[in-house]
Design a binder for this molecule. Structure first.
Ligand SMILES: [Zn+2]
Length: 457
């Protein structure tokens, strides 16, 4: 009997059923549920006083927003998604300081950090700081916009009913999203690639462009307070080196280097773009060093696999974090996924071709399905195998068989659809990677309500 051992943060899981291959982020349902609940605490709505003059609002939307109190004004780092959520955070901040906002800083251009700026601004127009290449990634994949919208909704579980919602990995599931970007104020001060050291309302502040999740990212350093604002290059979960909603290549080498650079500052306080701030120099520095090493290791292992002639499917099942990093809760794959990261690296370096001539001209899906049915001894037998896989909770195999059965004219395609729905829900119950879980559940619901076209089922 083969046992799968999986150590995930503080959770040690001895799993599951012999002969069934579960994904890297699959555990027993009760454990998955406990893990997700524990992770949700990392973005519970609250204002954290980080130092005498630095406050971070967590859980007011998906990301964090922070206020730095200066002599005659305050500085806001990141502004949430829209004026509604930002307005709530601004009101919460005013309990600690009602000085006017002198400056707004965008750590990067993602909408959950930039859309609510107007809510912080009074009569005085503040300076708005961002890197000189701010927004450079925007529009790069716009041609695929329609499908990206659907995949985005699935990844974040936007259309899930309340009882199916847990979280979005590094963000709560229930956010106010109707005013996306409505409060955006364009930057008027560009930070050059070399960075900038300045003083704003008496606060010494350093801007350090550092690519990672986006090319236009920077981190902010307060040398007096020893506070580091990491933006989305650090949060308490394995980094989302690839987003299943569909994103352009995120360069892991640059990301790893940027986080290593942050660690060199040995911050006493580390404020992530999402999830709660970290206090304590030793802990904050170790987290950044380990985060950097984790990204670098996944990249190096993938490259080694590539150069050994392995394809992405094999590499995705082989790459693991180094052993000394496997018990770190902030590297648990609640958001990013190591298998997905390896596939993104493969495609980013080499494109779609896996080097195996078999895949140069793969069989057309319907033809392959017919051959699979012949191999099984007929459509009925293939359907029976699919049903048996589901009955044994071998969900991934049930899914793969249903994706053949769906093409077969003479098959009971309704039954294949039902198997797929159940298998997706079976996987979701065991899944602690929030994007995977949300995607499984959303897709199952879409199948059930007949929203998906024949191509998909
Ligand atoms: Zn973000």
């Amino acid at each position: 009997m083969r046992l799968k051992f999986s150590t995930v943060g503080m959770w040690c899981v001895v799993g599951l059923t012999a002969g069934i291959s579960y994904g890297q982020t699959q555990v027993e349902p009760e454990v998955a549920s406990q893990m997700l609940q524990a992770q949700t605490k990392r973005f519970e709505k609250q204002v954290v006083q980080v130092t005498d003059n630095v406050y971070t609002a967590v859980g007011y939307h998906g990301a964090n927003t922070s206020m730095i109190v200066g002599d005659d004004g305050v500085i806001i780092v990141d502004t949430l998604f829209g004026p509604h959520s930002a307005g709530e955070a601004a009101a919460a901040f005013r309990k600690y300081s009602d000085k006017p906002v002198k400056a707004i800083i965008y750590t990067h251009s993602h909408g959950d950090h930039t859309g609510g700026a107007s809510a912080f601004v009074g009569r005085e127009r503040p300076d708005v700081y961002a890197t000189e290449n701010f927004g450079s990634a925007e529009g790069a994949t716009a041609d695929a916009g329609p499908v990206k919208m659907k995949r985005n909704a699935r990844q974040f579980g936007r259309n899930l009913p309340e009882e199916q919602k847990t979280n979005r990995g590094v963000a709560p599931s229930n956010t106010y999203d109707k005013d996306r970007g409505k409060g955006f104020i364009p930057p008027n001060i560009s930070i050059p690639a070399a960075g900038l050291k300045t003083t704003i309302t008496g606060v010494d502040i350093e801007f350090h462009p550092a690519a990672g999740e986006t090319d236009d990212a920077m981190f902010i350093w307060l040398p007096e307070e020893k506070v580091l604002f990491a933006g989305d290059n650090f949060y308490q979960a394995f980094p989302n080196l690839y987003a299943i909603r569909g994103t352009a290549y995120r360069n892991p080498l640059k990301w790893s280097e940027s986080v290593a650079e942050m660690a060199e500052y040995k911050p006493h306080y580390l404020i992530p773009g999402h999830t709660t701030p970290i206090q304590g120099q030793k802990q904050a520095t170790a987290m950044l060093s380990n985060y950097s090493e984790a990204i670098r290791s996944v990249y190096d292992q993938t490259v080694a696999g590539i150069n050994a002639g392995k394809g992405p499917d094999l590499i995705a099942h082989e790459v693991q974090l180094p052993e000394h990093l496997q018990d770190k809760p902030y590297l648990t794959e609640f958001y990013g996924s190591i298998p997905h990261a390896t596939r993104a690296i493969y495609a980013g370096l080499l494109g779609w071709f896996d080097g195996n001539p078999t895949t140069l001209n793969s069989l057309e899906p319907k033809r392959k399905a017919q051959k699979m049915a012949e191999l099984a001894g007929g459509v009925d037998q293939l359907t029976a195998q699919m049903e048996a896989a589901l009955a044994e909770n071998d969900y991934q195999w049930a899914l793969e068989l249903s994706d053949h059965v769906k093409w077969l004219d003479e098959a009971d395609r309704k039954r294949a659809r039902e198997v797929k729905i159940k298998a997706l829900r079976g996987l979701a119950a065991r899944e602690y990677n929030a994007p995977n879980r949300n995607y499984y559940l959303s897709y199952a619901n879409e199948l059930e309500s007949g929203q998906l076209s024949e191509v998909w089922f």
